[in-house]
Design a protein around this ligand. Sequence first.
Ligand SMILES: Cc1ncc(C[n+]2csc(CCOP(=O)(O)OP(=O)(O)O)c2C)c(N)n1
Ligand code: SF4
Length: 311
Amino acid sequence: METYPRPRLEPNYRLPEEELLKPGHMACPGCGASLAMRLALKALGKNTIVVIPACCWSIIAGPFPYSSLDVPLYHTAFETAGSLSSGIAAALKVLGREDVTVMAWAGDGGTFDIGLQALSGAAERNDNFIYVCYDNEAYMNTGIQRSSATPWLAWTTTTPADKPKEEPKKDIIAIMAAHRIPYVATATVGYPDDLEMKFRKAKAIKGTRFIHIFSPCPPGWRTESKDSIKLARLAVQSKVFPLLEVEHGERWRITVWPEKFVPVREYLKLQGRFRHLTDEQIEIIQRNVDQAWEKLLKLAGENVRESSPCA
Ligand SMILES: Cc1ncc(C[n+]2csc(CCOP(=O)(O)OP(=O)(O)O)c2C)c(N)n1
Ligand code: SF4
């Protein structure tokens, strides 16, 4: 059997001290999406313009003229994060201000579903911005409706437990990698050093960069606020959400090789949205996760893990 070296630990890792997400924001306790923004801005710094379509983050940021972000913020229509970001990037180019980072920040509904056309157009042109999808796996802001990012068999208010979601989660990473943009990555708040490293790396690249952040949502997942970080780590340890990078659609790399792997049941059992699952269904999910992981190992080839900041 093939073996892999243990991850390189960085026990002295420290987040940058600058706080660009201010206290008093309006996220629920344990919101992964708010912590993700805090970490992303720490990596990108103050010279950043944030574009937010309709989503939970439209609320979290606060009502005009207030803002919990200490950087310029555009609120935009649900489907327009990609097109507005393209426009801002073009304007900055005309002004000779390419030192400013433009970051679109959208939910999974705004990315996997309604915003995909604008995102795909921008990516095909390789427009110069970072597009972030914080993925809480449903339309949370409007009452937990299913999106194409909702996992197979999950409960939502439009896929009740006696008729849970029948379709698998859309593979957004494969879609974005197929655009052959310079940088595609996954990240999660459970591995903050890996997340921050990816934002720093993305900042240094020109063109369209896409970062998919797994973001626990206590009200939508029927979980306890205190478990959000644990869930984010279990998602990686169970192989449900591998942490990876894809450069130019070709070079796949796994960035975090967890110190321990856990059965998918450990991840599912903390969440009320999966409470109705039978043992047989959990076994099928386990098989699906294992198959996806094997496929990823083949794509990554030699680049299974060149450096891993955490375990
Ligand atoms: C064209 C349009 N359709 C519907 C809405 C209503 N709406 C606002 S936010 C939202 C859900 C957003 O879901 P997602 O992008 O997953 O972000 P989350 O709320 O989960 O943070 C919807 C349906 C809208 N603003 N515009
Ligand atoms: S509903 Fe979920 S994503 Fe929205 S603010 Fe609350 S925890 Fe965050």
